[in-house]
Every structure is written in C-alpha cells, then in structure tokens.
Design a protein around this ligand. Structure first.
Ligand code: SAM
Length: 197
C-alpha cells in the first residue's frame, strides 16, 4: 500500500489534483485512533488519497466519501481497489449538496474537504449525520496563507473565495451549537464538536 500512496502523491502533483498535506492527514489519523472513530464521512474524495489513509488508520474504520468529478471518482475507485480497500471505502459519485444519505447512519467523523466556498453549506447539511461525541474536521482554513490577507489579493475570484473561508471561520467561532478548535497544522485545520445538551 505504501507504494500506491507514493504513486498517488506523484499523480496528484503531476496533474494538479489538490490532496491533503502530510501533517494534516497524520493529525486526522491520530485523531481517528485516539477517539475510536469507526464510521467516517468525507466530502471531497479527489483521487481517494485521504479516504484510503483514514481507512487505514484503524482496522474497523470505514469511510464513505463523496466526489462530483467523474475522472477523479474513477481514479479513486481504481486506487481503493488497488489498496484492497473495497470493503473499507465506499466512493459515491455525486454532488455532496445533492446526496441523500440514510438518516439511520451516523458518523463519528465528518471531514469537509471539497469546494471551500461551500464549507458552511456542507457543515449545515451534514451536522445532522454526526454521531454523539463526533467531530467535524475542516481543512484549508489558511488557504495557502491567503486567509487574513485579502487586501493583498488582486484576483477577484480568489478574493471572493478567501472571503468565504473567512466567513466560515467566523461562522464556526460564533456557532452556539458547536465548539471549534483551530489548529495551525498544514494548511489550517479545525475540529468542531457539538456542545453537550
Ligand atoms: N480529500 C482529498 C484528499 O485529501 O485526498 C482532496 C479533496 S480536493 C481538496 C476537493 C475535491 O472535492 C475535488 O476533487 C472536487 O472535485 C470535490 N468537490 C468539490 N465540490 C464538491 C461537491 N459539491 N460535491 C462533491 N465533491 C466536490
């Protein structure tokens, strides 16, 4: 599997597919082990890199991951199979904002790593699927150092995207239902845990 992971890293670099930073996935894998996480939902599969690594963190970890880009979905399927993880990783080909998950299944960990401008929408939609004591982890809250530096950005699109990530951070900070801890790891991570009733 190690070789396959290296191959995926090379593939991602060559084709400009964004995948999680090593320090960030190491943090998440440690979290999975330490918090006895079993059932994981990931929004944004890309080629299956983080899904496979999260599934490998613990023998009984199972990942459902959603990807809307067909080419990446196909590549993820191929990679999951090559790692022998068909039974541990379920890749869903659909826009995560349109997916109807079974309300009977709850997730110990929800990892938001898709379109960054939609973070709040993903959070609001998927929080209902979080198990008691579960966590929602979001990646790229620094967005390559642009967050907090909007004045210096010239591109209108990038400025708008960074603005939306800043709004999401505010949304997390002011959220009465969840307590969020921010980590300066990799490209910036947050862990949100529902306050006890
Ligand atoms: N989690 C992956 C990893 O670390 O290996 C990287 C995911 S990449 C940062 C984000 C992915 O989310 C892209 O492949 C993109 O096509 C997908 N995506 C963006 N918006 C989405 C949506 N609404 N539904 C499903 N997938 C989405």
């Amino acid at each position: 599997m190690k070789e396959k992971i290296l191959e995926m890293e090379e593939y991602a670099q060559e084709r400009n597919v964004p995948i999680i930073e090593k320090k960030s996935i190491a943090f998440i894998m440690k979290y999975i082990k330490e918090h006895n996480v079993k059932n994981i939902l990931e929004i944004g599969t890309a080629i299956g890199y983080s899904a496979i690594l999260m599934a490998s963190a613990k023998e009984d970890a199972f990942v459902t991951t959603i990807e809307k880009d067909e080419e990446r979905y196909m590549e993820a399927l191929k990679n999951v199979k090559a790692c022998g993880f068909d039974k541990k990783v379920n890749v869903v080909f659909q826009d995560a904002l349109d997916v109807n998950l079974s309300e009977d299944i709850k997730y110990d960990l929800i990892f938001i790593d898709a379109a960054k401008a939609q973070n709040t929408k993903f959070f609001e939609k998927y929080k209902y699927f979080l198990a008691k004591n579960g966590a929602i982890i979001t990646d790229n809250l620094k967005f390559h150092g642009y967050v907090g530096e909007r004045d210096k950005i010239e591109s209108k699109n990038l400025k708008s995207l960074v603005g939306k990530i800043e709004d999401y951070i505010e949304f997390l900070k002011n959220n009465q239902e969840f307590k969020t801890t921010f980590y300066d790891i990799g490209d910036g991570l947050s862990v949100s845990i529902r306050n006890e009733e």
